[in-house]
Design a protein around this ligand. Sequence first.
Ligand code: PRP
Length: 204
Amino acid sequence: MLNIALPKGRLGQKVYAALEAIGKGCGDIFGESRKLIFENADAGVRYFLVKPSDVAIYVELGAADIGVVGKDILLENDPDVYELADLGIGKCKMAVAAKCGYREDMSRPVRIATKFTKIAKDYFDAKNRECEIIKLYGSIELAPILDISDVIVDIVETGTTLKENNLEVIEDIVPISARLIANKTSHKFKLAEIEGIADNLNKG
Ligand code: PRP
């Protein structure tokens, strides 16, 4: 039995559709039900529906053998797992953004609002730019508008959220997409099953 942690939401639905297409379906797991565990014993798979930011924890701790997670979460949390494949979906980027026309004041540390404190710190440290990080949990775009930060470090997909709030990207940090990850022990003992799924998802 292969245990798979799927992120709730659009990304998980796409990945599940690809797994269903190769005979690993378990019925309507993204339907109305509030169930969190779905099993298809004949196909040898069990799915856990988890919050996207928790996928890597289930995989690292071995509750799930494999999972699908955004590269942003891997960079931010640095879990001890194998990254097996770039699934080429859920594409977006991590970027620095600010109010349109923003000019940086180099005489003081730059104030950064973000959910991704490690990614932000690593990026500004690499540039030798002193910074102060303000950790937020959502609606990050409000921070520079209300002047609690100079810039934000956040995910940009279509750019609509920035545009509608009169913000713009000032620097790209890294491209992001969904990755297939595996627990290190599972990868050793369930290699054929895991590689089979990785190959099929890669083809899709
Ligand atoms: C993410 C991100 C941006 C938005 C970017 O937010 O934090 O706010 O999506 O997408 P866009 O470029 O297509 O507009 P999310 O929907 O995850 O909400 P939250 O950050 O407020 O939790």
